[in-house]
Design a protein around this ligand. Structure first.
Ligand SMILES: NC(=O)c1ccc[n+]([C@@H]2O[C@H](COP(=O)([O-])OP(=O)(O)OC[C@H]3O[C@@H](n4cnc5c(N)ncnc54)[C@H](O)[C@@H]3O)[C@@H](O)[C@H]2O)c1
Length: 427
């Protein structure tokens, strides 16, 4: 495809890597964000988010003068919307960001342009929000004058650049031409297959993928509780069950976080409450895991009769090796640990400013006088942590591993009582 001008609206975990990727493949890209702090960072060539390989690629794009940023969309051939799609307190989709992003491009969209929604959205958002807003704000005929598609992003933070290139993409157009134009554009760097469909199917596919994972994790969490009650190690049981060629049970944990898996199933529940009891129950099961983790911790410490115990919660990001705390179950674990009357200090090497009153930037401070370490995120820093470095600091040597990520034998050898969520087997 010949080089295009592309305007990427929303420069977060998805929009920014996508923008620099297109810029480094020969397109001229303008990034837009409403957050001035993001723009200041980028103009100073600093990253507003953590992602391996991003800084080098940002510098490359800016050196080549192919990437500029501002707070307003500019005329372009292509508009990519990568703004948030959260849920409200009532667990309903909040369309405000998608609507305002669409409204913001309307004055500069012209005949022949392509508008791509990348955000994960409830089925019919392209039709009911993007197309409707463009029809309200412009005189252009959708599908004839301008082209609109949904190309949901499936990358995983921490491996975004690898997955942008290698993942298959689902591309749903409001008509065939919209889907084809979008596929031609992404072909610039995508080596995976492109699967073309209509916009509403593409929306459902993305939400289904995350719902499948949420329900599967809920199953694993239920099995973890059952296994713990009958003296079985659920991690070993899942490992063995997954040798079955048609079984793929996910892993239990202290809850499900992030703005995808913990959010998207609610889109389906809100869309059709009557027909989604399983999806709804899975959400509630996973949302119950932080309290389960806190109660597990409290009961372990109670059995040891430790007075006024201090607990070090290790890991605030919602998953390993990233700096993203959105919807992180760790925050709820901290809350429920306090409800159990435990003194809590939280530490995460990836969250380098204190966002919670309980947070410290020092592992030593977290571990000092603690009666238990509760590992909530499988960061490499915790997997590789030498227990001998924290053991002398602690009041009692207890570690509760909710992710089954540490070397049990090594921690035992350092004098720790090791507990694993979903495993009451003492070996
Ligand atoms: N982060 C992921 O791993 C991931 C993976 C797949 C899909 N998604 C989806 O991609 C979308 C974006 O997610 P994200 O993680 O990049 O979010 P983010 O919060 O990191 O970034 C969104 C950016 O959009 C900006 N913004 C909000 N409204 C705007 C507007 N009207 N105009 C311009 N900028 C605006 C915000 O300031 C922010 O910088 C969401 O729908 C999310 O569900 C995210």
């Amino acid at each position: 495809m010949k080089p295009s001008t592309i305007c990427v609206v929303g420069l977060g975990y998805i929009g920014l890597p996508t923008a620099v990727m297109f810029a480094n493949c020969g397109h001229t890209v303008h990034g837009v964000d409403v957050n001035e702090a993001v723009l200041t960072h980028l103009n100073n060539r600093e990253l507003p988010i953590e992602e391996p390989g991003l800084l080098e690629r940002l510098n490359e794009a800016m050196d080549a003068e192919r990437f500029t940023v501002s707070n307003e969309p500019v005329e372009s051939d292509v508009f990519i919307l990568a703004v948030p799609s959260p849920i409200t307190e009532e667990k309903r989709a909040n369309f405000a960001y998608i609507e305002s992003a669409t409204r913001s491009i309307a004055p500069v969209v012209k005949k022949g342009d392509l508008v791509i929604l990348e955000s994960t959205v409830p089925p019919r958002t392209v039709q009911d929000v993007v197309v409707k807003t463009l029809e309200e704000e412009t005189d252009l005929v959708i599908g004839e004058d301008i082209f609109v598609a949904h190309s949901p992003e499936r990358v995983i933070p921490g491996k975004v650049f690898e997955e942008l290139v290698n993942n298959d993409r689902i591309i749903g157009g409001v008509n065939e031409q919209s889907a084809q134009m979008t596929a031609d554009l992404y072909r610039t760097f995508v080596k995976g297959n492109m699967h073309l469909t209509d916009d509403t199917t593409a929306e459902l596919v993305k939400v289904m993928e995350n719902t499948y994972r949420d329900v599967n994790i809920a199953l694993a969490n239920e099995l973890a509780k059952v296994a713990a009650n009958i003296g079985v190690d659920v991690w070993e049981a899942i490992r063995l069950a997954n040798f079955h060629p048609r079984v793929n049970i996910h892993f239990p944990g202290p809850g499900v976080g992030g703005h995808c898996i913990a959010v998207d199933p609610w889109f389906l529940v809100a869309l059709d409450e009557v027909n989604t009891p399983l999806i709804h129950t899975a959400r509630k099961t996973n949302d119950g895991m932080p309290q389960y983790t806190a109660k597990l911790t409290a009961s372990i410490l109670q059995a040891k009769a430790i007075e006024q115990p201090k607990v070090a919660a290790l890991g605030l990001a919602f998953k390993g090796n990233i700096d993203d705390m959105r919807e992180s179950p760790s925050l709820d674990v901290v809350h429920y640990l306090k409800e159990e009357n435990l003194n809590v200090v939280a530490f995460d090497p990836h969250i380098q400013e204190n966002r919670l009153p309980e947070q410290t930037q020092s592992l030593t401070d977290a571990a000092r006088d603690a009666s238990a370490l509760v590992i909530l995120t499988n960061h490499d820093a915790f997997i590789e942590l030498d227990p001998h470095t924290v053991a002398p600091l602690m009041k009692t040597r207890v570690v509760i591993d909710t992710k089954n990520c540490i070397d049990r034998a090594c921690w035992k050898e350092a004098g720790f009582d090791v507990y694993t969520l979903g495993n009451s087997k003492d070996d």
